[in-house]
Design a protein around this ligand. Structure first.
Ligand code: 5AD
Ligand code: SF4
Length: 441
């Protein structure tokens, strides 16, 4: 059905899960004969892989979709498809049905493998096709055309059972469902044989991995198995949930030679009262204890986090407690978000929603603190020797390469004779709050 030389472009919004879904969509499209283009205006097929986690992500996507209307009028044969988390929500599909009539295909997060069929159906009937019925088999997923040749994302668990009161993810990605260890190991072995050096295991809550399998397994066991794979250099994972961060997992990170010394552990708030309202199932104290244990076992571990400011009912005092936690823990990096009301979640119905300007003030105050703390953290790296996996060229400068330390710090350094994919030892010669500079020793 695809005409010769058809091109596609995928616009991806949101998290690594979506990025990896887009890599799988690329594989499907390339199997159908499409080739990737960077030019939106000339593409024959445009796919928007959407995110709904915060309102601004959603508004941005509607804005882009709206601007596609005139292009579609000029080029009626252009196919516009929308997929991803937004399309799992009936209200959003209704908006597409009613307001964005130039969208031809809608699919969801669990029927990516149906895409060839949906395209054919659209072309044959010349009408829009909306189908989000789950059909994908997580143990038999199609391959991916990966953005990197060095580092690969691997899905290990889908969905989330936690129902944090602010979060829409459990409604878009459904209940937790682990992929079999056999299918994960097979995929990783294949990647290693292609020359990949690093994998990042993905899941909304990787600590829950294996609990739903028969016989049940655990995330630590999976890490230990991956650690034994010859040829693989580094194993990363995200995201972890503090509520089930076990001692066994700390031990697996400590022992695992390939398991990198970096943990992304969302705190969300430093106030135990707010954590309870968020349904996070841990206290600020318990969070601190996990960090203490981690640092005791793995002294050089880097810790990054997510923080939400302006959750309903967050008082000045609650917010001060978050600032205190940020200072006490000393995060290597923190991703800050203003609370965004998501229809359908419990927090959306809470009274005492915080005014936008208070959220903005808190956001700026904590951001300034975090930038200072990250700066200090990075300063410690000055003059140290770091193992860096070279991932590619620095943006806009072909004489500079970029890679990451085991602790996930980005390092830029002069290329010299180094190749992408190599593991090199670099001396750290400069830094700012976000990245390091280095040179070959
Ligand atoms: N508003 C703001 N931030 C949110 N996050 C999830 N839901 C919301 C929301 N409604 C943040 C959390 C999570 C990260 C991926 O996004 O901090 O860890
Ligand atoms: Fe959302 Fe909480 Fe699940 Fe993370 S753990 S995806 S914040 S519900």
């Amino acid at each position: 059905m695809t005409k010769e030389n058809s091109t596609y472009i995928i616009k991806t919004y949101g998290c690594q899960m979506n990025e990896h879904d887009s890599e799988r969509i690329s594989y499907i499209l390339e199997s159908l004969g499409y080739t990737q283009t960077e030019d939106l205006m000339s593409a024959d097929l445009i796919i928007y892989n959407t995110c709904i986690i915060r309102e601004n992500a959603e508004l941005k996507i509607y804005g882009h979709l709206g601007s596609m209307k005139s292009l579609k009028e000029k080029k009626p044969e252009l196919i516009i498809a929308v997929c991803g988390c937004m399309m799992e929500i009936e209200e959003a599909r209704e908006v597409i049905r009613k307001t964005y009539r130039h969208v031809d295909i809608v699919f969801g997060t669990k029927n990516i493998s149906s895409l060839p069929y949906l395209i054919t159906q659209h072309l044959m009937a010349n009408e829009r096709v909306i189908d989000t019925e789950a059909v994908d088999d997580i143990d038999n997923l199609q391959k991916a055309v990966r953005k990197s040749d060095v580092s690969a994302y691997i899905n290990i668990i889908y969905g989330c059972d936690n129902f944090c009161s602010y979060c829409i993810v459990p409604y878009t990605r459904g209940r937790e469902s682990s992929r079999s260890a056999q299918s994960i190991l097979e995929e990783v072995r294949g990647l290693v044989s292609q020359g990949f050096k690093e994998i990042t295991l993905l899941g909304q809550n990787v600590n829950s991995y294996g609990k739903d399998l028969h016989p049940c397994s655990s995330f630590s066991k999976l890490l230990m198995e991956l650690d034994r794979l010859e040829g693989l250099e580094r194993v990363r994972f995200m995201t972890s949930h503090p509520k089930d961060f076990s001692d066994e997992l700390i031990e697996a990170i400590r022992q695992g030679e390939k398991v990198c010394e970096h943990i992304h552990l969302p705190l969300q708030s430093g106030s135990t009262r707010i954590l309870k309202e968020m349904n996070r199932k841990y206290t600020a104290e318990e969070y601190s204890q996990i960090i203490e244990k981690l640092r005791e076992s793995i002294p050089n571990i880097a810790i990054t986090t997510d923080i939400i400011v302006g959750f309903p009912g967050e008082s000045d005092e609650d917010f001060e407690q978050t600032i205190e936690m940020v200072e006490k823990i000393g995060f290597d990096q923190a991703f800050l978000f203003k609370y965004s009301k998501r229809t359908g979640t419990r927090a959306a119905t809470m009274e005492e929603q915080i005014p936008e300007e208070v959220k903005s003030q808190r956001f700026q105050r904590i951001l300034d603190r975090i930038n200072d703390i990250c700066y200090e953290k990075n300063q410690h790296y000055l003059d140290s020797i770091q193992e860096v996996l070279v991932e590619g060229y620095s943006k806009g400068n072909k004489d500079m390469l970029t890679g990451r330390t085991r602790t996930n710090k980005i390092v830029h350094f002069p290329k010299g004779s180094v190749q992408v994919g190599e593991l090199v030892s670099l001396k750290i010669t400069g830094f700012n709050s976000f990245a390091l500079e280095g040179e070959m020793i």
